[in-house]
Design a protein around this ligand. Structure first.
Ligand code: NZQ
Ligand code: ZN
Length: 390
């Protein structure tokens, strides 16, 4: 087991009656806030009006950056940074899903730079230690952005989608009311849930001896919660317990509590970010198509015991004496989960993706080296996994 430091300063308000605390959290930083939001879901479900009223009742002047795209563009974040500089914004308030929160983080980081261009930070691989404070109101259980250091920003001109990280990007406060995700369409519920699931599986589940039993069991509990509650949320969108389990699972998956002592991988994420950079697909769907194939590709004598355990602990499969047999059953369960339970299309071909860019994507995903994980992946490996997804 490796040594670790755990420090997450995000203050989370969770539950139904939490919004009364929004003004006090914003006022810690000043009276001018920039509200960042997406394509209008928050106007339909009333959250927009709630935030506006709370702010006007408490002397907070609200500026707005709307229209954040799923897979948020650097150009949109730059527009927000410009507003911050011009208006002297004190705090950036994200209201939405991961794309909105990520864009708000990009705004916050770019706003304190001379150029005001977030892509300068992204392309330089800057670790952001200075930014305007970000407060997040979450409406989609998925990315973990509400409690993590990452902002994933897309540059559609160069077909690049890259994570910008930094301690200054952790929201200072996050508001998580499961009711705000009641209006989430079934497809986004499925994609978001699979994103949560894959954060655990992809990032640290196969850390081997680097981690310890308590953490491993907690990781499995989060994946099990997704398996248990996503079908309920899809069938009954207003089931509070289902939405609450998914929302807290979203925050747990990437707030670093589950990666204590582990080593990190990110194979599926590195491969998926190329897909959404080139084809603008939904992140969780790309992950669902890749994940069972990745597990199949990395299955060998050394990985079979851990994959087999994953099947038993997460999908409730019967334990088998033969690890390879157990691992194959686990992979089959992963296929069933992605394409039967979640009902997602199972191939890249069905999303209109062919092999045209596979080589370039594979090389970019490996960033001049290999993708680390339970099996390190070279560009040749990545290309083969993409081909398995056709
Ligand atoms: O734009 P609006 O109108 O709000 O609609 C959104 C969008 O169309 C809609 N939506 C969100 N909450 C809703 C709702 N519709 C109805 N009711 C609600 N309550 O759902 C659509 C997708 O929203 P989006 O924010 O794009 O989804 P998600 O939360 O899955 O975020 C995806 C982005 O986050 C990145 C992904 O790559 C992708 O760009 N990620 C960020 C990470 C991070 N910051 O740590 C890690 C992840 O691995 C991921 O890469
Ligand atoms: Zn993800």
């Amino acid at each position: 087991m490796n040594d670790f430091i755990f420090h997450n300063p995000d203050k989370v308000y969770f539950g139904r009656d939490i919004m009364k605390h929004l003004p006090e959290e914003l006022l810690k930083f000043g009276k001018k806030a920039l509200m960042v939001y997406g394509g209008g879901s928050i106007k339909k479900n009333g959250l927009y009006d709630t935030v506006k009223k709370l702010c006007s009742d408490n002397g907070i002047t609200l500026f707005e950056l709307s229209g954040v795209e799923p897979n948020p563009r650097h150009t949109t974040a730059n527009k927000g940074a410009e507003i911050c500089k011009k208006e002297g914004i004190d705090v950036v308030l994200a209201v939405g899903g991961g794309s909105t929160i990520d864009c708000a983080k990009g705004v916050a980081a770019a706003a304190v730079t001379d150029s005001g261009n977030v892509w300068d930070l992204v392309s330089a691989g800057t670790w952001v230690t200075e930014a305007l404070p970000v407060v997040a109101i979450l409406t989609n259980a998925a990315t973990g952005s509400e409690m993590d250091v990452w902002a994933v920003i897309s540059n559609m001109e160069t077909n690049e989608k890259i994570g910008l990280g930094g301690s200054a990007l952790i929201p200072r406060a996050a508001f998580e009311n499961p009711e705000y995700s009641f209006t989430l369409p079934k497809y986004q519920t499925a994609c978001g849930a699979f994103d949560i699931f894959n954060h655990v599986l992809d990032n640290y589940y196969f850390a081997g001896d680097a981690t310890f039993d308590l953490v491993l069991e907690m990781q499995e509990a989060v994946m099990r919660a997704v398996v248990k509650w996503v079908p309920v949320a899809m069938a009954e969108p207003e089931n509070y317990e289902a939405r609450a389990n998914l929302m807290w699972a979203s925050s747990m998956a990437l707030n670093t509590i589950l990666d204590a002592g582990t080593v990190h991988g990110c194979a599926c994420h590195a491969m998926e970010h190329e897909l959404s950079a080139y084809y603008d697909i939904t992140h969780g769907h790309g992950l669902a198509i890749l994940t069972p194939r990745w597990l199949e590709y990395i299955l060998d004598e050394s990985t079979a015991p851990a994959i087999s355990r994953f099947g038993v602990k997460v999908f409730g499969l019967e334990e088998k004496d033969n690890a390879e047999e157990g691992a194959k059953a686990a992979i089959q369960a992963a296929y069933d989960f992605c394409f039967n339970t979640l009902g997602l299309k199972s191939t890249l071909t069905e999303l209109g993706i062919d092999k045209t860019h596979f080589r370039a994507m594979a090389e970019h995903a490996c960033m001049g080296g290999v993708i680390t994980g339970p099996k390190n992946l070279t560009p040749d490996d990545v290309e083969k996994i993409y081909e398995m997804c056709l």
